[in-house]
Design a protein around this ligand. Structure first.
Ligand code: OGA
Ligand code: MN
Length: 279
């Protein structure tokens, strides 16, 4: 019997009693998809799996989508990426991990961003390294009514990089650059499964609001980001080895805290799940 147990938090549910090898059964897949749309974050405890099994499991949520950066794709199973965020003795880690320390939603630089991300912990440090999540439905609902009215219908430009982000992203190959022109998305989007509105914000990628002067756009984006920084919208996931965590990129942001000991491996396997064009 599979149980969906809501966390005592602004988002998230824990899935218990799930046989991971049966996640593709129509009934189980429907239960998982519903839990994700409703709770925006699902945590499925278990043991580390091989990339083939992770890919098979991810299909319960939709179609796997290869990630942009080729160097992260695992050789034999390119739908599964290998994310190494181990902290090195010189204080550095992989660039994408440093970038992930700031609040973001995945892949908003695509016209059709991944609807969900699955992260599966293979090796985790002895302490630290939590991943924090922000409920962007509740952020939208907490904004003053005048702000909600003002921003509903606005559109924004997302790019692979923006001077507004604190850190620069990983370099792209010419092929990867050709796949990432700037794109336009609504600033307020509607969840296609629940009909709820959310603020579609991505401080790492969102450059400007269409039709506003730069200064006005910056001020509004800063004001919106401030609401999203309030702890009342947040939940931190403390990893156990073997956890599978799936989040809904349509209505959440996330960030990793790089506060773990140097040299202790932090290795995650990751699958992006294909989405729809935001509206
Ligand atoms: C990601 C990400 C955070 C983490 O995989 O998209 O932001 O905790 N990961 O590794
Ligand atoms: Mn991310």
């Amino acid at each position: 019997m599979t149980d969906v147990i809501p966390l005592k938090a602004p988002l998230g549910a824990r899935i218990e009693g799930l046989d991971r090898s049966r996640a593709g059964d129509a009934q189980t897949a429907a239960l998982l998809a519903r839990a994700l749309a409703e709770h925006l974050l699902v945590v499925i405890p278990g043991e580390p799996m091989a990339p083939e099994e992770t890919r098979a499991f991810s299909r319960a949520f939709g179609e796997p989508q290869r990630q942009l950066l080729r160097y992260k794709r695992s050789g034999a199973v390119p739908d599964v990426s290998i994310m190494v965020s181990t902290l090195m003795a010189d204080g550095t880690t992989d660039k994408t991990a440093i970038r992930a320390e700031d609040w973001h939603t995945d892949d908003s630089y695509f016209a059709v961003p991944a609807k969900a991300t699955l992260l599966h912990s293979i090796e985790i440090p002895s302490r630290g390294g939590a991943t924090w999540f922000c409920n962007m439905h509740s952020v939208f609902e907490a904004l003053p009514e005048a702000t909600r009215k003002r921003i509903d219908g606005m559109r924004a430009i997302h790019g692979y990089d923006t001077p507004r982000a604190r850190n620069r992203p990983s370099a792209r190959t010419p092929e990867e650059i050709a796949e990432t022109p700037d794109v336009e998305h609504p600033l307020v989007r509607t969840h296609p499964e629940t009909g709820r509105k959310s603020l579609y914000l991505n401080p790492n990628r969102l450059d400007r609001i269409v039709g506003l002067e730069r200064a006005e756009s910056d001020a509004l984006l800063d004001e919106l980001a401030e609401e999203a920084r309030k702890p009342q919208h947040h939940h931190g996931h403390v990893w156990n080895r073997g956890d599978i965590v799936v989040w809904d990129n349509r209505a959440t942001m996330h960030r990793v805290v790089i506060d773990y000991p140097e040299g202790e491996p932090r290795i995650m396997h990751r699958v992006l799940i294909e989405g729809d064009r935001p509206y």
